[in-house]
Write a protein that binds this ligand. Structure first.
Ligand code: SAM
Ligand code: FES
Length: 346
């Protein structure tokens, strides 16, 4: 076992900030070892469907925020969404992630209808929603309709920092309540945060890790912050590859059984970002299944990769990249090994 001492806050803060390459490498090696213990060399594939870029929120970092009048808006029809699922199924995916802004057009009735339609066609597939904050009753309805996973990054676990990234109408307490409600209902839950957002300190990142330990989510989405020119943070520096890899590795070590995606954002700031993410303890990738015509419009940040590729290209490109690094693509549902709060039926 690689010796990495994470016994207290000071030790963790040390690894959050280290710029010693040898020390960082020992952190990644320890994270790889733990990942292998729980998941072997398998890398789970999820098909991502970005079905709407309308959003009623105004997060200062996000390219699809309400106030960005440059953003050309779209949402997919039910037929288009089902077509994406059909394509995904044909390509071997058994796990769909439906992500979008907080779009009021997608009322609870419409989301329920969408989930029911997908569940009818694909009784065995995992259906993940990532559509922001809703009432507990809404989450319960979607779960009854057949959704079994939910991704909602907490973004930052520090209240003051949260206030600097979001308008005053948004609150960290509400976001956390949503996460605990989702977990309680029986969803496999994904939380997470961006690395390198404006005003983020090493102590904020430590708080993120401590919050995650408390929530014990089934998945943790971690990616670098990347500025989007038309947002208030458009001129701010982005998060770095090294910072993000260290946070991935620390998360793997502190939450050994969680699922950790190597994100598209990581692949955007470095051509080998996703592969290096896997080498630092990640074990999930989410190639895009959205129609090519709308890919560029889901512009959360600038220079996003894969916006010109067909679903099949991304699927096989990613498979090749993974195999080059000795990993084994797994197209199954890819359930998390984290068990707490997951009903036997899921
Ligand atoms: N509306 C849903 C929500 O709030 O959870 C899902 C969509 S939201 C756009 C998905 C994630 O994109 C956010 O949780 C955030 O972490 C990430 N994101 C937004 N803007 C970003 C940026 N400029 N750089 C990197 N990631 C960003
Ligand atoms: Fe989309 Fe490589 S993953 S082109």
């Amino acid at each position: 076992m690689n010796m990495v001492d994470l016994s207290g806050d000071a030790e963790i803060l040390h690894y959050i900030t280290t710029d010693d390459p040898a020390e960082a490498e020992s952190l990644y090696a320890a994270a790889r070892e733990v990942r292998e213990e729980h998941y072997g060399q398998d890398v789970y594939f999820r098909g991502l469907i970005e079905f709407t870029n309308y959003c009623k929120n105004d997060c200062y970092y996000c390219g699809i925020r309400r106030s960005n009048s440059n953003a050309e808006r779209y949402h997919l029809s039910m037929e288009q969404i089902l077509y994406c699922c059909q394509m995904g199924d044909m390509l071997g995916y058994r796990s769909f992630v439906l992500q979008g802004g907080e779009d009021p057009w997608f009322t609870d009735d419409r989301i329920t209808e969408m989930v029911e339609a997908i569940r009818r066609e694909y009784p065995e597939h995992a259906i993940t929603l990532s559509i922001g904050e809703r009432k507990r009753e809404s989450y319960e309805r979607f779960f009854q309709a057949g959704a079994n996973r939910y991704l909602l990054r907490h973004e930052t676990a520090n209240d003051e920092h949260y206030g600097k990234l979001h308008p005053a109408v948004m609150s960290l307490a509400e976001r956390k309540d949503c996460l605990f409600a989702l977990r309680d209902i029986g969803y496999q839950v994904g939380a997470g945060f961006m690395v390198g957002t404006p005003y983020q300190t090493p102590e904020c990142l430590l708080e993120d890790l401590r919050f995650l330990e408390k929530l014990d989510p089934h998945m943790v989405g971690i990616g670098p912050f990347i500025p989007q020119a038309a947002t208030p943070f458009g001129a701010c520096p982005g998060g770095t590859l090294e910072q993000t890899l260290r946070m991935l590795a620390l998360t793997r070590l502190l939450l050994p059984k969680t699922l950790l995606p190597a994100t598209t954002a990581l692949g955007t700031i470095d051509p080998r970002g996703r592969e290096l993410g896997l080498m630092a303890g990640a074990n999930v990738v989410m190639p895009n299944l959205s129609p090519k015509a709308v890919r560029k419009l889901y512009a959360l940040y600038d220079n996003k990769i894969c916006t010109g590729d067909e679903a099949a290209e991304c699927r096989f490109c990613m498979e090749g990249r993974i195999r080059d690094y000795g990993f084994v693509p797994d197209m199954g549902r890819g359930d998390s090994r984290v068990e707490i709060g997951v009903p036997a039926s899921v």
